[in-house]
Ligand binder design. Structure first.
Ligand code: B12
Length: 248
């Protein structure tokens, strides 16, 4: 078992346990509202808790920032995250591996599904322009990219993936109200499983800022990418997954 490595939050002096939380209460701003914010923060484990910012929004809501001490500790050796389990390749190596191993171009179909119109994330991954100094998948010679844009229905996505003989389907979900991202993703993965035999199904990749990258099994997808993903990570994953699948 790995050795314990305890950390605690830091505000003014190292290890003082100070944290800051923000939330909105459905009450206009007054002394009672501030008291309610302190009481809530205290129940959340901030002791003592201080309101450091309060701003009324509209007639009946107040936004609060509360600063206080928590006594919780985190053991870093017990933290479980989705580690990258494939090599991060250069653009040159990605193209070369596709050419030498798959001997054909890789087709990816991307979209925002459901009512979601937040295309900036999927565009960052797919479009030439890219993000964070990296070019998107359109830049890679060996990828054929079909970006379907916003508010694509699941049946349309399945049909397009079939028509394009997609190797991978890349779906973005940014809106999380009422867990829409989870419901839409499950609907999408179920539709692909129904429409394709297991060995012919495209890789299903979903991304967005509020996904738990460990939830692949629950959502029925092959990979989940979260906040701050770069195109090269996605391209490297696709090459790894498709070449591994081919070898099997
Ligand atoms: C820009 C924006 C808009 C634009 C979208 C324009 C467009 N063409 O995309 C407009 C103005 C249209 C808009 C509308 C709305 N928006 Co808006 N919007 C935002 C905003 C400010 C930025 C989102 C963004 O572009 N981020 C930048 C990109 C690069 O980051 P990203 O999406 O996380 O993508 C990265 C990763 O997540 C990952 N990734 C993402 N997708 C994928 C997919 C794959 C396959 C992979 C591999 C990786 C990957 O890689 C990307 C690059 O690193 C956010 C707030 C915020 N600061 O995040 C709110 C936000 C997302 N919007 C929100 C809301 C509520 C709405 C509206 C419902 C508002 C309204 N009442 O009308 C509508 C909904 C419209 C709709 N039908 O979807 C909420 C969502 C809240 C929630 N819990 O769901 C947010 C969080 C704002 C907030 N705090 O309330 N919005």
């Amino acid at each position: 078992m790995s050795e314990k490595q305890i950390v605690r939050p830091y505000g003014d002096t190292t290890g003082d346990g100070m944290v800051q939380v923000s939330f909105t209460l459905p009450v206009p701003l007054d002394k009672r509202a501030e008291g309610a914010a302190v009481q809530l923060a205290t129940k959340m484990g901030l002791e003592p808790a201080m309101v450091v910012h309060a701003k009324q929004m509209g007639d009946a809501f107040t936004f609060f920032v509360v600063y206080g001490r928590v006594h919780h500790l985190v053991d870093l050796s017990q933290v479980v995250v989705a580690e990258r389990d494939y090599p991060l390749l250069s653009a040159k190596d990605i193209n070369a591996t596709i050419r030498s191993t798959l001997r054909r171009k890789v087709t990816v179909v991307g979209a925002c599904i459901g009512t979601d119109a937040h295309t900036v994330g999927i565009d960052a991954i797919l479009n030439l322009k890219g993000i964070a100094g990296e070019k998107g998948l359109e830049y890679y010679r060996e990828f054929v990219v079909r970006n379907l844009g916003a508010q694509v229905s699941v049946p349309d996505l399945v049909e397009r993936a079939r028509a394009e003989r997609a190797d991978a389907v890349l779906v973005s979900q940014v809106v999380t109200q009422r867990d829409a991202h989870l419901h839409n993703t499950k609907e999408m993965s179920a539709a692909f499983r129904e429409a394709f035999p297991a060995q012919r199904r495209p890789l299903l990749v979903v991304g967005g800022p509020r996904f738990d990258e460990l939830a692949t099994e629950e959502l029925g997808v092959d990979r989940i990418f979260g906040r701050g993903t770069t195109p090269r990570e996605v391209a490297s994953y696709l090459v790894h997954a498709l070449t591994t699948r081919r070898a099997a």
